[in-house]
Every structure is written in C-alpha cells, then in structure tokens.
Design a protein around this ligand. Structure first.
Ligand code: 26V
Length: 821
C-alpha cells in the first residue's frame, strides 16, 4: 500500500527507531542480527504500546476525577483482528514508524502479516463489538468492554479436497504484546450448591446461596486506542482458573492426573470460543461461560462503583450496561442477586435500579438462535438465580394478568418460562424485561422485532424497542484497509475525514470528474492486482485483475444464500460453454467464509463452491472468462484485503432474515456496488445511495412471509425457469462431482421440495439483475460514477454515528468528537 501521509520529521523517526531497538534488546532479548520478523513485531508493538499506556492512564484518571458515568459493553465475542496497524494509525505514528523500521531494513507490511488475528468472535456480532469499542474510545466515552479471554478463538479453516476441515486456533502461542494481566484482580464465581434461608435480626427471611464450586476469574486488559489517541478505553477479558491449582493430597497419594482435575474443569470455561453462530449451543459449558463472565464483570463494576461513589443505589446514574445479544442476559438476575442478597436493597427498588442500568441489543430473529435454557439445568447450576427469575416472572405475569386481554395464550407468550418443549428459561424475555431500552440493528430488523418475537412484550411496554442501525469504524475499514483510497478522498474533503465521516458528502461532485474517477479506478485496480497475488499464493489460481470481482464473503448459512450465487455461476458457465462466441464479461466469483462444524448443509455448500471452481477454472472453453475461487480461513485480516479489491458486493439473504449486515457497509464505503435484497441495512444503503447506484432484486420481507404461508416447494419456480432447472440438473447429475455424482442430491432436493429460504423463488430476479450488472460494467464511466456515489454517501454508516445514538438515546452519556479534546 502507498504511503498515507507527509514525510515524517527525521528527529521523530530516529526517536521511534531507538525505542524499537530498546524494546528489541531489553524486552524481546534479541540482537538486530538475530531478530525474526516476529521479534520485530513484538518490539514495534511494545514501543507503540508505551505511548498508548501514557494516554490510557490519563483517560482512566480523568474519568475518575470527573466522576463520569461509565458504559459497560458485555459481549461474549470481540472479533478484533490484528492491532499493530490499528494502534499505529490511531496513535498517528504510522508513517514515522514505517520510516523508522525502513532505516533498520525492516518492512512494516511484513510485520503486519506475522501478527495473529484475535478471532474471539464468530462474525457480525463480534466484529460489531470491536468496531464499537474503537468508536467509544474515539468519542471519549468512558467505556469498558467485558468478555472472555479464550485460549482458542474461532477455528482455523482448511480446505482439503474441497471440504472444510477445522483446526484449533492458537493466537496466544507466541504471547500477546497488547494485554496486561492483572493478578490482583481476581473474583470468585460460584456454581451449583444450595440455598440456606436465614432469619435476620428483624425477623425478615433472607436467601443465602452457598455455591458448591467456585471458579476464579482473572483479568487481562487490552487498551483500545481511539482515533488520534485522544482517549483510550479498556477491553477487560476474563480467564478462568481453579481456586486450587493442584490437589496436593491426591498428588501425594500418586493420583497425578486426578490432582489436576479441578484445574481442567475450571479452565475449560475459557478454553474455546463456541464456534456456532446461530444454532443453539445447548451445552452446560456454554451456560457456565455466560454466567462466569457476567458474574466477574458485575462484581468488577460494582466494586468500582462502590469505591468511587460509595452508594449502590446510584448505580444506574453512573453505569450503563449494554447486553450484546442474550449471551450475557443472566447478568440481569446476577445484579438482582447482588442488590437483594448482598446489599439488602428491597426487591422493587432493586428491580428499578436493574432496569435503569441495563439495555439489550438483539442481533437475530432466527428462532433457532433465540437462547433458552432448560429449567433443571438452571436449577442445578444457578439455583439462586432460578429463584430470582421465578420471582421476576411471577411479578411480571401478575401485572400483565390484570389487563383486559390476559388470555392464557397471551400469558404463555409473555412468560419468562417457555412451557411448550420442556420447561425452558427464555433469555430474550429476561434481557427485555430487565432493560429500559431494547434495540434492533437496522430499521427493518427493529420493525420486525415489534411484529414477531417481541410483539407481546412490546405491547406491555410500548416504545421500549428502538432502532440503532449498525455502523463500522472507518479507521480500520477505510484508512487501514485501503490507504490509497483514503489519501485520494482526503485530498478532496480534507484530513478531518476520520473525525467526521459525514464530510464524505463532499466527494459526490467528483463522481462526474473523469480525472478523479480515473484515479479512483486505478486504486481499485492496484488493490485487485494485490488480491490476485494473494489468491495465487494461497490457492494457486491466476486471476485477471481487469475481470469483474464479484465477492461473497461472510459466514456460510442457508439464509445468506451462497447457493443462489453458485446457481447463477453454474448457469453462466453453461451459457459460456454453449455460446462461447458471445462477448462475455470476464468475471471472478470470490467466496470465503466458515461453516459451523456441525452444520452439514453449510459444509456441503462450501464443497459445492470448491467443486464448481475446480471444474470451471480448468475448462478450456471458458478461456478464463469465468473463475471461481473459495479462499480458505476467512477472517478480519483477509476481509481487509478482499473488500478494497471488490467490484460487486453480494448481500443476497432471504429478505427479513439478515438483521443488518455490516460487510455490506464496508464494501459500499470502498466503492463496490451492491447486488442485494431489501434486507437488513441494505434497505438503508439503498436510501442513501439511490436506486440507480445499487442492484436490488427479489422478494421483500412481506412477500417472503406471504409466500411461505402458500408453501415452500420450489417445483413451480423451477418449472418456470429453464435456466434454473438446467443449473440444478447439472449439479444433481454430478457435473461438478463426477467421482460422486449424487453428492449434491440433498441440496437439490431441499431446493426442490423444501425451499424455506426461497432460493428458487428469487433465482430469475437475481439472474436478471446480474445481467444488469454486466450491462453497467460495460459502461465503465457509469460504473465508476456509481462507485464514487456509493463512497460519498456512506458517512452515515460510521460506527461513530451509531455510538453517538446509543450514547444520547440509551446510555445518557456525553460524547466528545475527536480533534476537539
Ligand atoms: C448465537 C450463538 C448460538 C450458540 C453458539 C454461539 C453463538 C454465537 C453467536 C450467536 C448469535 C449470532 C447473531 C449474529 O451474529 N447476528 C449478526 O449480528 C450482526 C451485528 O448486529 C448483524 O449485522 C448480522 O446481520 C447478524 O446476523
């Protein structure tokens, strides 16, 4: 990537160089002659970390002195990615550090590549948490992220014979230069045991939980630098340890393995990230993770509150706790436990404090993703919390039961306990009731919340559900991922672009300036050349950088409809072969994404993409007019390489099913045109960029709902579309799996008889819209005009805007835009 700034001052460069050398010697213990790229990475990270720490301590001190309200973002996932370039960028040290390393004969880009991704998340929800942490720091909100320090993040994906294989990920194996262990910060987290009823001196009865098992939570802190380093926040992740590391009695009697049993059991809690992204985990270990981090985080923030303010009753004035999905929802019962049992605050007062403190974000309406826990499991693992949940429920049902429309069915729908398939605690209901505000993540999604899963609860507390459309941090997704484009844009709008993304609007007039669009197109081409080199290195496929790069990257899931894209690919493949004389648009289909290890259909879709690629890429009649690549091990760092090189962004979920999407925003910001359904934030992207600059197709969410009530067989749609039936037929007959012709029978059968995701219903519309894409691509002037209009209208999708809305409408905390500190 091109340099991004001015020539740095020689004295500053020399100082940075000397700091790095000092770290290399005294912290890494290596000489210049023997240092590996990894050693240089550590030395460089430690030297920028020193700068961060100085601001960090000031930020913490200022928050203390001013007695500011703090925001606590509770999330089981933080999908951070790499931090070196991010830290250097936000500390405004990137050019100086690049120059300092160059003097030492070291290439910063090479160091960038040796840092492992912190992949402590599955996908959109985890990456959103990471963007929010960066924006909260940028806006000088005193915020803490709380989560789990997993030893192993999301599995590493390899593709063997077209199939996904999962390998453990090991991001900590070379150490982590960004974190600080806090050995003094340890909390005990209880599980199981029993409850004793005690009589207080005044005759009141009191429930006392006597846990049967206690696990220790150890704090690890990572500083999160905001833009221009003006403010630094803390990401505090908890690691689990046994209270007693070793049972000496067992060890001495010769049972060396048994002596470590408690340790293994305790440490399993923070061992590995759950790799599913929607299907229910169901296991006890997942509930133990949820309670472990909720309890440690609440103990920590209550301790801080008491030491600063000394009165637990003011908690809601000084702390806002955001629940990232229902994963931390048990915190609602935990806070009640703390207030009622520890601080002896009366129930109603405790409930008022709890509600005023919590708020909850929902990230999906998929029924299989809505967490519920079996009552017997809760009773065994968290007996006191189960009592509290019953009491919350009793008071809630008593209140709503007085209403005129309190039918049995309505009460069953409103209850915290789902009685329909065994007795289960509905964590979404608990999060909803325990919060003062509940939000969805796009306008459409927030509306659907009110008419689907939360319809009854919303009717009890109208106005509680609000919308906060997601956003992305432009520091990472524009400047760090696409420095050349960022330079071009700042030439036009000025270098406050990353302080206030709305000034991107000033780029709009340049959509018609051919000198500008030519430079814009040249930057894209250079990014495509760079991506082509990566593709060649990783999978040995050669790409034409002048082809249309059509990109579909995200978790593999039926509702995201990678298969719709594959069907269009197959249809075009057949057409090119049959009519090779026609003038085809050279196109590269790029796929990447992970499937949950147990999600058989998703894994079959990965195999199909790979099998189609194998056949298409080696067919001589296609003559390189179509290439299909599946890039293994999709992660944040790979996204940073692919997105700036994309021409077309595939956002083709079944309408009503993608809560928001955030990849859609990253692509549009970097100037890819979107082909998409009216789903999630696509709807708002359409509003901002205008219909001529986006390719919208397919059924709307309302039409999807109506269609499903008529039946979900694909037979009619297939019969109506010769192209579709031929594409399905070639897949079903083994054209792409000659060694096992019936391999894709299950996929084709599902589409034919049980097409819940309405792939067949949307196929023709998608196919035709792809032909509109081809037409536009031929008219390059018009294409680049649309690309520039996309970029110029994306300012609103900055996570700075999203966080400002949360701060003003949910948390009630002030924000200070960067550059104005
Ligand atoms: C569910 C589960 C179930 C149990 C196993 C572990 C696990 C992990 C995560 C989830 C929830 C996934 C929900 C999610 O990622 N939603 C995505 O959130 C994005 C940010 O709001 C949004 O852009 C995507 O549309 C939405 O799918």
């Amino acid at each position: 990537p091109a340099a991004t700034g001015q020539v740095p001052a020689a004295a500053e460069v020399a100082e940075i160089r000397d700091r790095i050398l000092e770290k290399l010697k005294h912290s890494v213990s290596k000489s210049v002659g023997s240092a590996t790229p990894h050693d240089w990475f550590i030395a460089t990270a430690l030297s920028v970390r020193d700068k961060i720490v100085e601001s960090w301590l000031t930020s913490i001190d200022t928050a203390k002195k001013t007695g500011r309200k703090r925001v606590y973002y509770l999330s089981l996932e933080f999908l951070i990615g790499r931090l070196l370039i991010d830290a250097l960028t936000n500390m405004e040290l990137i050019d100086q550090t690049r120059a300092a390393l160059a003097e030492l004969g070291v290439d910063l880009e090479a160091l960038r590549e040796v840092e492992p991704d912190a992949a402590l998340g599955n996908g959109g929800l985890g990456r959103l948490a990471a963007c929010f942490m960066e924006s909260m720091a940028t806006l000088s909100i005193a915020a803490y992220g709380y989560g789990i320090r997993y030893d192993h993040g999301l599995f590493r994906q390899r593709i063997k014979d077209g199939r996904q294989l999962e390998y453990p990920e090991d991001w900590l194996s070379y150490g982590n230069p960004w974190e600080f262990q806090r050995p003094e910060l340890v909390y005990g987290v209880g599980f199981s045991g029993h409850i004793e009823t005690q009589t207080l001196p005044d005759g009141e009865l009191k429930q006392v939980w006597m846990p049967g098992e206690t696990v220790q939570a150890l704090a690890y802190d990572t500083p999160i630098a905001g833009w221009r380093g003006a403010h630094i926040n803390t990401l505090r992740l908890w690691a689990a340890r046994a209270a007693d590391p070793l049972r000496l009695d067992k060890f001495n009697s010769g049972d060396h393995v048994g002596a470590l049993m408690d340790q293994v059991r305790a440490e399993s809690i923070s061992k590995v990230l759950y790799p599913g992204d929607t299907s229910p985990a169901g296991q006890e270990l997942r509930l133990r993770q949820e309670y472990f981090f909720a309890s440690a985080s609440l103990q920590d923030l209550v301790r801080r509150h008491m030491s600063l303010f000394g009165d637990i009753k003011t908690l809601a004035d000084k702390a806002a706790i955001q629940l990232n999905d229902t994963h931390p929802a048990i915190a609602v019962a935990e806070l009640m436990h703390i207030l009622v049992d520890r601080y002896d605050i009366p129930w109603n007062k405790s409930w008022a404090i709890t509600k005023a403190t919590f708020s909850y974000t929902n990230h999906t309406l998929l029924p299989e993703a809505l967490e519920t826990w079996p009552v017997p499991l809760m009773e065994r693992l968290l007996p006191r919390h189960m009592q509290i949940i019953y009491l919350i429920n009793a008071l809630h049902l008593e209140k709503v039961g007085k209403g005129p429309d309190a039918s049995g069915a309505r009460l069953a729908a409103l209850s915290l306990i789902d009685e329909s398939h065994g007795r289960r605690v509905r964590m979404g209901h608990l999060a909803f009731l325990g919060s003062h505000k509940v939000n969805g993540v796009s306008a459409l999604h927030s509306d659907l919340m009110k008419t689907t899963v939360f319809r009854d609860l919303e009717s009890v507390e109208p106005g509680k559900i609000t919308n906060k459309t997601n956003g992305i941090t432009f520091r990472r997704w524009l400047k760090e991922a696409n420095p050349s484009l960022t330079s071009l844009l700042t030439e036009v709008v000025g270098d406050t672009l990353l302080d206030d993304a709305t000034i991107l609007e000033k780029v709009a007039p340049y959509a018609d300036d051919s000198a500008f669009t030519e430079r814009y197109a040249a930057i894209r081409r250079a990014n495509k050349v760079a991506l082509s080199a990566l593709v060649r290195d990783r999978i040995g496929v050669k790409l034409d950088p002048d082809a249309l790069f059509d990109v579909h990257i995200k978790r593999i899931h039926e509702y995201k409809r990678q298969i719709l894209n594959i069907l269009e690919t197959v249809a075009i493949f057949e057409e090119i072969r049959a009519q090779s004389f026609r003038e085809w648009i050279p196109r590269v289909k790029i796929f990447a994404g992970k499937a949950a290890a147990s999600y058989t259909t998703a894994k079959l879709i990965i195999q199909l993409a790979n099998d189609v690629g194998k056949v298409v890429n080696s067919d001589p009649t296609v003559r390189g007019l179509l290439k299909v690549v599946f890039l293994p091990n999709y992660n944040v760092s790979l996204a940073e390489r692919i997105i700036p090189a994309a021409d077309l962004s595939e956002q083709i979920s079944t309408a009503g099913m993608e809560a928001s999407g955030t990849g859609n925003m990253k692509f549009a910001l970097n100037g890819a045109l979107t082909i998409g359904t009216l789903d999630g934030a696509n709807v708002e992207i359409l509003e901002k960029v205008g219909a001529p600059n986006i390719f919208i197709f397919g059924l709307t969410a309302d039409q999807v709902e109506a269609k499903r009530t008529q039946g979900i067989s694909g037979q009619e749609a297939i019969a109506r579309s010769q192209r579709l039936s031929e594409a399905l037929e070639s897949i079903a007959s083994g054209v792409f799996s000659p060694e096992q012709p019936d391999r894709y029978r299950p996929l084709v059968d599902a589409l034919t008889y049980n097409d819940f995701f309405l792939v067949t219903a949307d196929f023709d519309s998608y196919y035709n819209t792809q032909r509109d894409v081809f037409k536009r691509w031929r008219d390059k002037k018009s294409w680049w005009r649309s690309a520039v209009i996309n970029t110029s209208n994306m300012g609103w999708f900055s996570s700075d805007r999203t966080i400002t809305e949360y701060a003003q409408e949910i948390w009630n905390v002030p924000t200070t835009p960067p550059g104005r500190n």
